[in-house]
Ligand binder design. Structure first.
Ligand SMILES: [Zn+2]
Length: 357
């Protein structure tokens, strides 16, 4: 796109013109994002140029704000009308493509995936169309999505460097393997939402997602525990509960990231969500996780290895407990205790037998 071909020819104030020149110079000579863009979509070339220009500009502004952020691991950015197909194509035949979450409210339009030596950001075409839109709410939404994915790219590069430095310290074992998926999901979304925060961010969306996910998943896990009371099939209970509680951990990350970006607590920003977490016995887990995420972020430049994420494990154990599953280390694995609660006691089992729940 030629910067001199602006549609609006009104002269700019000198300091703004200087800033425009500075950015244009950086885009040409020291870009933050230099990877190719692919558009497999219903838009035209003009819109594609506008969308990719915006993304390269966001990259530049983010690097300016946080000089340690690097997007050099990024090998490609793709917009596609068939998002799931594009994810499959990006990861290639050697790996399984990630499947966008089907949990309540977990609608995904963008994802960073590992591909070859680097990472590939895949987004639904609606994000590119929104980026090129003149409507502010629409383009704000797209800006949030793009900045969020760029944060994942920068965090990936940061972790890859740590792994290269300490290759012996990057794998979890034993009991830790039960908590690691939650801690990683929570951290990744916390970081991405905290550092993509700005006037364009829609905090309420993520608080609503947390509220809806917690309410729905609490009911589903209670149901699975009641099943387990009669079947004693722990494997089946784990298969149902663990991915769901992991999604709650991910939602904790999204919400905590927004709140940290804004510099507020959940109690200040969303008394309704606070009340819900309290009622379901999850507020303690939330507080532990939020505080730990902030501390981890403050000392992030000094992380010894990616295993520093084990700091989040006490919060993850508390989160599982809030859903009625008490994990503790046992030998090489975990012992899971499922005590009766107000939701999963004899009365609820009897009611279920009688078809009253
Ligand atoms: Zn994310």
């Amino acid at each position: 796109m030629d910067p001199s071909s602006s549609e609006d020819e009104t002269p700019l104030a000198p300091e703004i013109q200087a800033r425009v020149n500075e950015l244009m110079h950086a885009l040409q000579h020291a870009p933050a994002i230099a990877c190719p863009f692919t558009f497999n979509w219903s838009g035209n070339q003009d819109l594609a140029d506008k969308a990719s220009m915006r993304i390269r500009l966001y990259g530049l502004l983010m690097r300016e704000m946080w000089p340690a952020m690097s997007f050099s691991a990024l090998s490609a950015i793709t917009f596609h009308h068939d998002y799931e197909l594009a994810l499959k194509e990006a990861v290639g035949s050697e790996r399984d493509a990630p499947v966008p979450t089907k949990e309540a409210g977990g609608f995904s339009v963008g994802m960073m995936v590992r591909a070859g030596d680097g990472v590939h950001v895949v987004m639904h075409e609606s994000v590119a169309l929104a980026l090129a839109s003149d409507d502010e709410t629409t383009s704000d939404w797209a800006q949030s999505v793009v900045r969020h994915e760029l944060c994942h790219v920068a965090d990936y590069a940061f972790k890859r460097e740590l792994i290269e430095k300490h290759p012996d310290q990057c794998r979890y074992s034993g009991f830790d393997t039960y908590m690691a998926p939650l801690a990683e999901a929570m951290w990744d979304e916390f970081y991405a939402n905290k550092y993509s925060f700005g006037p364009w961010a829609d905090v309420r969306t993520f608080l609503d997602l947390l509220r809806d996910a917690v309410a729905a998943i609490h009911a589903e896990v209670v149901e699975a525990i009641l099943e387990y009371r009669t079947s004693s099939d722990l494997t089946k209970l784990r298969q149902i509960a663990e991915p769901k509680v992991k999604f709650v951990a991910q939602c904790f990350g999204y919400a905590a990231g927004c709140l940290a970006g804004k510099g507020v607590t959940l109690e200040q920003e969303a008394p309704d969500v606070t009340e819900l977490l309290k009622r379901l016995g999850l507020l303690g887990a939330w507080q532990t996780c939020y505080e730990t995420l902030e501390v981890l972020d403050q000392r992030r430049p000094n992380w010894a290895s990616v295993l520093d994420l084990t700091d989040l494990f006490p919060g993850c154990i508390e989160l599982f407990s809030g859903f009625g599953l008490h994990y503790r280390p046992s030998g090489d694995g975990a012992y899971i205790d499922i005590p009766e609660t107000q939701y999963t006691g004899p009365l609820q089992i009897a009611m279920k037998r009688l078809g009253l729940t």
